[in-house]
Each structure stands twice: as C-alpha cells, then as structure tokens.
Write a protein that binds this ligand. Structure first.
Ligand code: IPD
Length: 304
C-alpha cells in the first residue's frame, strides 16, 4: 500500500465536515436512544452522519479501515491506516441544544494520528492539522459591522485560517491553570471513584485560607473540542478517563501540531495509546513538571 497523501486526505475530510455540519446544525434531535446506560446517548443524526462519512471514506479509500463511534463493537484500532470518526462528539450537548459539539475525524496509522479535522457546525470553528505541517483554526472574525436586514451574515464576517502555534506563556505549575475534565458516561465503579477523587483534589483549597490547587475546573462535554481548546490555549490542561479513540484521535494531532502534548491519564504513562481510554493533554508552554504535578493529584488508577 502506498503512503497516504496527507494533504489530499485532509482536504477530503474538510469537505466531509462541510457537508455533514449543516445537517447537524439543522437537525432536530428528537429521536434519542441510549446505549450502555441513560447517560450514554445516541440520536438518529449521530447514525445518519456516521453513515454519510463512512460511505464516503469507504468509496474514496477502499483500502483503509474505518472505526466509527456508532458502528464499532470493540473500539480498538489496528496498525492499518484507519479513519477514526465521531459523527457528533458531545451528543448529550446536542440533545440539549447546547452548541458545544463537534464532528471529529482523523486518519490514524501505526496507532498515531496523522491528519485531524474537528468542526463545530454551530460556531463554524474548523480545527485542522496534518503531521509535520502545523495546526490551524478557520473561523469567522468578529463582524466589522452589525448584521442588517437584507444583508447576509456571511458577508459581514471574514473567514480566516489562523495558525495555532504561538509563543504562549510558560506554565510550570497548576496553580494558574484552567483545567478541563469530563464526567463521561460511566457513573459508578472504581474508575468513577478515581475520577471524582481527582476532581476533588483539583478543586479543593490548598489550605483553609488559600486558593484552589488549580485556578478552575470545567466540564464542557466534547473531548475533541477540549483538545482543540488546549491547542488554542484557552484551556491549559485536559484530563479524562473513559473516552475512546474517536473522541481524541483528531484532537491529539491538532494539539501536537500546535506545540502541546498528550500523555496517558495515569502516573508514568508517558506514551499514550490512541485507544488507551485515559488521556492527559497539555498546552504549548507547559513543562513536564506540570505532568508530574497533575499525576501526583490523581486519586487512584484508571483501569479500562
Ligand atoms: C463523549 C464526549 C464527552 C466525554 C465522553 C465521550 P460522545 O462523546 O466526548 O465529553 O466525556 O467520554 O464519550 O458520546 O458525545 O460522542
């Protein structure tokens, strides 16, 4: 098999995001079903969008494998080139009409993402990266004039593709960090106890009169967008156990190409696995000591 043309695959995935995005933005998530439990939701739109993307991938790249949230049974990857896709990352937000959701698509080869595309169809923020070629955000600028009747909103916004790598201030400890965590959809058992123990350790005060261990903690509901926020630098750290390769594969390459890094969610896991289900993501400028500090605050081991 010849090496994939990464630019061509990037353009193909961006085209798919632009095709699928308006379908999500226009959909009414009325048909809501559950998967493992009542916090694990799926809608007809998740399935229809995955169908659209998988058919297009299979027909354009018949030699490549496909791993999608709505059709995979194992969630595990092989070393073959694989499209790894979450049609709607943030389904719970989608069901509640909360606009923090994304389509997340990656090409993963030898267990490493090489192309990543994450698109929020509501904000129309498009995050993209190709291995070795940088990460970008394509978004509308703040409008230069207030939109007026009869004038399309598009004409007052200018879409720009901006590189995400900058020179962020160094981050040498967690005391000034904004940290993303997620509740996920498993709410009992040992992993749950480890997670809430860690949330507590992060959020609590250092001493009675002092501030918290971190500046604050957020739980916004889309793993892929959390990674993009870290890539962009508006979030410093993201930690989660329990999500899957389709939630983080695209975000991983976007973070890495923006100068940040991903390691595993437990102490000592310097080499994360894309389907390892526990991740710690840091923005550019964060030192290794921040990783060690975070790991020292985790309460119990995550085992999936
Ligand atoms: C979920 C979101 C959420 C994370 C869960 C994921 P889905 O993806 O990324 O933020 O906490 O672990 O399963 O189910 O909405 O595609």
């Amino acid at each position: 098999m010849t090496d994939p043309n990464l630019q061509e695959i990037h353009d193909f995935l961006v085209g798919l995001a632009q095709k699928a995005g308006p379908k999500i933005a226009a959909a009414n998530p009325s048909t809501v079903g559950t998967k493992k439990n009542s916090s694990d939701l799926v809608t007809e739109t998740d399935k229809a969008v995955e169908d659209l993307i998988s058919s297009a991938c299979r027909s354009a790249y018949p030699d490549y494998a496909f791993l999608g949230e709505e059709t995979s049974t194992s969630g595990r990857l092989t070393a073959s080139p694989t499209f790894v896709v979450d049609p709607i990352d943030g389904t719970t937000n989608f069901v509640h009409a909360h606009p923090y959701i994304s389509i997340s698509m990656a090409l993963v080869r030898n267990f490493k993402p090489e192309v990543g595309v994450v698109y929020n169809p509501f904000t129309q923020h498009l995050y993209t990266a190709i291995k070795g070629q940088g990460a970008y955000l394509t978004a509308a600028k703040v409008p230069t004039s207030f939109p007026v009747a009869g004038q399309s909103v598009e004409s007052t916004y200018e879409r720009r593709k901006l590189p995400l790598r900058s020179s962020p201030p160094p981050l040498s400890d967690l005391s000034h960090a904004l940290v993303a965590v997620e509740y996920g959809n498993e709410r009992s058992g040992n992993n749950w106890e480890s997670k809430i123990g860690t949330f507590n350790a992060l959020g609590r005060a250092k001493t009675d009169n002092d501030g918290a261990m971190v500046q604050s903690v957020r739980s916004l509901g889309s793993a892929a967008l959390n990674c993009c926020s870290v890539a962009r630098g508006d979030m410093d750290v993201y930690w989660e156990g329990g999500c899957w390769a389709w939630d983080v594969a695209a975000g991983w390459i976007i973070v890495e190409e923006a100068g940040g890094m991903m390691v595993g969610g437990n102490q000592g896991e310097w080499e994360p696995k894309v389907d390892g289900r526990r991740y710690l993501v840091l923005r550019a400028g964060a030192g290794k000591e921040v990783i060690e500090e975070f790991w020292s605050k985790t309460q119990g081991k995550l085992i999936y």
